[in-house]
Write a protein that binds this ligand. Structure first.
Ligand code: ZN
Length: 307
């Protein structure tokens, strides 16, 4: 049985350092801090879970909701001889009441929006960074944006576009392309190329162990810094090949062979297949900055790079 944070074993025995972190968390929650703020705060002070991980909001709520926090059994009765507890029974009940009231105030969760052009299919026109889907909260419309910059990530965070203004025009252009004569043959040959590339990548990834082994054989003849650089480059190369392969594998099985009416196919296709078909037809779409309402036509902000 896994040890409960705050105690040395499931029979009790206070873990003073962990207990202190949980008590701090409880007081922050009583002070109207959100669970996320509370976690940030206690993580910053160096408190960790029994597994040594940083606290996440769901984990914190789950641990603090455990009856043992107040030395209670599953029926809510005090356990005989349990010893010191993280919380008093009164604090524990107040916390449960707080969690219950927060659960009631939660807006009904909206269906998560399934973005069509994430995973590198759209990029910021200012900084070339891949656009990401914004989290859909109540009231807001799904949108793509350039992620805000943070240490080690030089994205600009300045370009944003509503999902319908990006996905609609791109889907239209791709469908128009597919209606042109010879489009089906072209699509099949694109798929053929991608399958070939996937095949090459797969054997490249499979050969990685061998390349590492060869490299290790050369360890004695290389200066350490050169060896480290070579190992790092090889690792980086394998990682990139794996990522690209994973991406291609999503595309190459899109079931379009023999489909005569690709528009009808599109309309009834699940999102995954639509995404795959777009990925076969285009490399990516560049989203330009909005430029103060100059673009009434949303497609004026989009530059499609066809495959
Ligand atoms: Zn940007």
């Amino acid at each position: 049985m896994a040890r409960l944070t705050g105690y040395l074993s499931h029979r009790g025995g206070l873990h003073p350092q962990e207990a202190a972190g949980l008590r701090k968390a409880a007081s922050l929650l009583f002070d109207q801090q959100s669970r996320a703020e509370t976690c940030r705060s206690i993580n910053a002070q160096g408190y960790r879970t029994t597994h040594g991980n940083e606290w996440a909001p769901e984990v914190l709520a789950r641990v603090l909701s455990h009856p043992r926090m107040a030395g209670l059994d599953d029926e809510g009765e005090p356990i005989e001889g349990f010893g010191d507890t993280v919380l008093t029974p009164d604090e524990y009940r107040r916390l449960l009441a707080l969690f219950a009231s927060q659960a009631e105030q939660q807006p009904a969760p909206r269906e998560a929006f399934d973005y069509l052009l994430t995973e590198g299919l759209s990029e910021c026109g200012l900084c070339d960074w891949n656009m990401v889907g914004t989290r859909v909260t109540s009231g807001g419309n799904p949108a793509y944006r350039c992620p805000p910059p943070r240490p080690g990530q030089a994205s600009c965070g300045r370009v944003r576009i509503n999902a319908d203004r990006l996905e609609g025009p791109v889907a239209e252009e791709v469908l128009a392309e597919l209606l042109r004569p010879g489009a089906q043959e072209r699509l099949m040959s694109l798929l053929e190329d991608l399958r070939g590339e996937a095949e090459r990548l797969r054997s490249h990834v499979e050969g990685a162990e061998q390349r590492f082994a060869k490299l290790r054989e050369m360890r004695d003849v290389l200066v350490p810094s050169a060896y480290e650089a070579a190992e790092k480059a090889t690792r980086q190369d394998v990682r990139e090949a794996r990522n690209r392969l994973r991406y291609l594998e999503q595309l190459i099985d899109v079931p379009v062979a023999g489909v005569s009416d690709l528009v009808a196919w599109w309309k009834s296709a699940p999102r995954t297949w639509q995404r795959a078909l777009i990925g076969v037809e285009i490399v990516k779409v560049r989203v330009l900055a909005s430029g103060r309402g100059r673009h009434r036509d949303p497609s004026a902000r989009l530059q499609i790079e066809w495959r």
